[in-house]
Write a protein that binds this ligand. Structure first.
Ligand code: BTN
Length: 331
């Protein structure tokens, strides 16, 4: 069965959510047989879409359907919908693993892997990333750097992604977000998004072949709550109900906004340094920073235009750090 029929059915049912559309009308509009419609609906149900069918009335997509949909995502991308294509899965080990495989096999820049659930989502320093079904955004974006004319700068792309998430959350919610250098996004001192960028170098010229930007956002509060160890440190998002109708739209719309903002920052060179710095809550704080496996207590003086952290050691020495993990809650 062509994905096209299914996409078209979802598109029609999405824009008539909660209403019934007859099989006959769908078949006529899409110029296919009623059997083809019936088969496509069956397959969509297997994918998890909550589609009712009532004889003499037709098919209806439940108002409560809460699924990732490339159609809804694209419909909410006024600027760059043609720059991205989506692979959406129900359950995967990790979207980064799938995206890395695809990148190795030459996937285009702008290929986006999404999943409803990850069984082995991971973050920096080997930490696992809590990824329950239908709750968050688990997304990996491929950049095929062999084909890009742009030079890749890993801290730039990572900060651009953090800025895109931070801004997009504010566009769909009433939340104020902060960025913890380099790329964690926080709401009220609790982490709402983590980003992990992975890549592979070419042996021939030492340049990056590809990069995969893995973004995990806690959107909805998990049905069974956060695990104990995350309870005090993880946040979810209260979205603006006046702009978004259903829970499902929230994740899809947020994905659309993140990708559009990221495209502006990365491909269209929209400058975001000042905005990034404004959101960075480490400046002025005494923190502990792990550099090359050694902990140092330092004061954060600034973030420079290359997104490096400017720190002052206790002996007065000032340094510039481009990567490291920071703990700002000193006991
Ligand atoms: C971190 O907080 O250290 C980074 C977390 C990154 C999680 C995302 S979710 C999508 C992608 N798939 C993964 O396994 N990890 C990233």
């Amino acid at each position: 069965m062509t994905a096209n029929i299914k996409d078209n059915i979802i598109s029609i049912l999405e824009s008539n959510k909660g209403l019934f559309i007859s099989g006959e009308k769908l078949a006529n509009d899409l110029n296919v047989s009623r059997t083809a419609i019936w088969k496509a609906v069956k397959s969509l149900r297997n994918e998890g879409y909550d589609i009712y069918s009532v004889s003499n009335k037709g098919y209806s997509l439940s108002k409560e359907t809460d699924m990732l949909s490339s159609k809804i995502i694209k419909n909410n991308m006024p600027k760059y919908s043609d720059k991205f294509n989506f692979k959406i899965y129900k359950t995967v080990e990790s979207t980064n693993i799938i995206a890395r495989d695809m990148a190795v096999n030459g996937a285009e820049s702008g290929t986006v892997v999404l999943a409803e659930e990850q069984t082995n989502g991971y973050g920096r320093n080997g930490k696992s990333f809590f990824s329950p079904y239908g709750t968050g955004i688990y997304m990996s974006i491929i950049l095929n750097l062999k084909k890009e004319k742009k030079l890749f700068n890993s801290s730039f792309i990572t900060t651009a992604a953090a800025m895109a998430v931070s801004k997009s959350i504010e566009e769909v919610s009433n939340e104020n977000t902060q960025i913890k250098w380099v790329n964690d996004v926080f709401i009220n001192e609790k982490k709402v998004c983590g980003i992990l960028t992975e890549g592979a170098f070419s042996f021939e010229d030492g340049r990056l072949d590809y990069a995969v930007i893995g973004i995990g956002v806690n959107v909805n509060f998990p049905k069974n709550g956060f695990p104990k160890e995350l309870d005090n440190i993880a946040a979810s998002i209260n979205l603006k109900n006046d702009t978004i109708n259903t829970q499902s739209d929230m994740r899809n719309i947020l994905i659309a906004k993140i990708l559009e903002n990221l495209y502006d920052y990365y491909f269209n060179d929209v400058v975001f340094y000042e905005e990034y710095k404004k959101r960075s809550f480490l400046i002025g704080k005494k923190v502990s920073i792990n550099i090359n496996d050694k902990e140092h207590i330092v004061r954060v003086l600034d973030i420079d235009e290359t997104f490096a952290l400017i720190i002052e050691f206790q002996n007065g020495k000032i340094d510039r750090v481009i990567s490291g993990s920071v703990n700002y809650k000193l006991s």
